[in-house]
Design a protein around this ligand. Structure first.
Ligand code: NDP
Length: 292
């Protein structure tokens, strides 16, 4: 680092297990860009002071992770429309002292899908398990990306209903329905779906079972588990056993980071370098759900 090094980073709490510094710094290095990406542990009660400090210290931008993805919005000068719809920001650009918020999770998911096998959501029917931050990002971006239908199944029915209500506010012509979190509903939902996405945290803990009943996945399904730690979950094993195509969350993690890199630098991100950087070091250990 020198006096001209451009600073970017990530704020969250805890932050010790974040994989983003390794991934972003490898990308800057491989492109010969004089940037440095720094992990910054910020407690909730210090969020607004920390954001003021980053602006004063002339950071170019920063990522935002748990627990600040929603509250950060109140500290920003502008929020991109998709982040406003999703209700969360994971990337901030600081441009001439103005803070602009984005959410790259949903577009990261779409790019990962395309990267893994040339699949687009256009015209596809999705069943999404979960209604938290990751589910909202995938649901909104899929609807905006031309999905024919999105079914939302969540343990807490009220949260699924709220997401379906919010999806109706988009200009997308996509049919959206909330499903009950029961074996029978998940089974009938799967019959109506081309792509099944697990956006719950079920599968992160050792010994977690698949969130889906045993006989619902068919060879026609593309099954995506947004979990990246562990890289292989009970759901993905179930999908492969059933002859379906299976995709874990590493691609989405890489692509949400690649989009942030592009926002800060204006250059195309070296996606393969970023993916390799993630795969090089240890990916086990703690970290909060949804943490980047
Ligand atoms: P949230 O805490 O916002 O949402 C968690 C979701 O999981 C809720 O829908 C919750 O349901 C559901 N859930 C939790 N426990 C259970 C359970 N025992 N049974 C059924 N449902 C359950 O987390 P995020 O949306 O941020 O993250 C969700 C997952 O997505 C995580 O595994 C995370 O690692 C992954 N993720 C991956 C990313 C990537 O880049 N690959 C990016 C962001 C997240 P309820 O509403 O009923 O509590």
């Amino acid at each position: 680092m020198g006096g001209r090094t451009k600073l970017v980073g990530i704020i969250g709490f805890p932050i010790g297990h974040s994989l983003s510094p390794r991934m972003q710094n490898a990308a800057f290095q491989s492109m010969g860009l004089d940037y440095s990406y720094i992990p910054l542990e910020v407690e909730s009660r210090r969020l607004f002071s920390a954001v003021t400090a980053l602006r004063l210290l002339k950071f170019r931008g920063f990522n935002v992770t748990i627990p600040h993805k929603r509250r950060i919005m109140a500290a920003l000068d502008d929020v991109a429309s998709e982040a406003r719809l999703i209700g969360a920001v994971n990337t901030v650009e600081i441009h001439h002292g103005r803070l602009i918020g984005y959410n790259t999770d949903g577009r990261g998911f779409l790019r990962a899908l395309y990267d893994a096998g040339g699949t687009s959501v256009r015209g596809k029917r999705l069943m999404i398990l979960g209604a938290g931050g990751a589910a909202r990002a995938v649901a909104f971006q899929s609807a905006l990306g031309g999905a024919a239908s999105v079914l939302i199944a969540n343990r807490s029915a009220a949260r699924a209903a709220e997401l379906v209500r919010d999806l109706a506010l988009t200009p997308a012509r996509c049919s959206t329905t909330a499903l009950r979190w029961s074996k029978a509903s998940l089974k009938s939902g799967a019959r109506e779906a081309d792509i099944i996405v697990n956006a719950t945290s079920v599968g992160m803990k050792p010994g977690d079972r698949s969130p889906l009943p045993s006989d619902v996945v068919t060879p026609q399904h593309l099954v995506c588990d947004l979990i990246y730690r562990p890289a292989d979950t009970a759901l993905l094993k179930q999908a492969r056993r059933a002859g379906a195509t299976a995709m874990n969350g590493i691609g989405m993690l890489v692509h949400q980071g690649a989009l942030a890199f592009e926002i800060w630098t204006g250059q195309r991100a070296p996606v393969s370098v970023m993916r390799e950087a993630l795969q090089r070091g240890p990916t086990g250990g703690g970290g909060a759900p949804g943490g980047i």
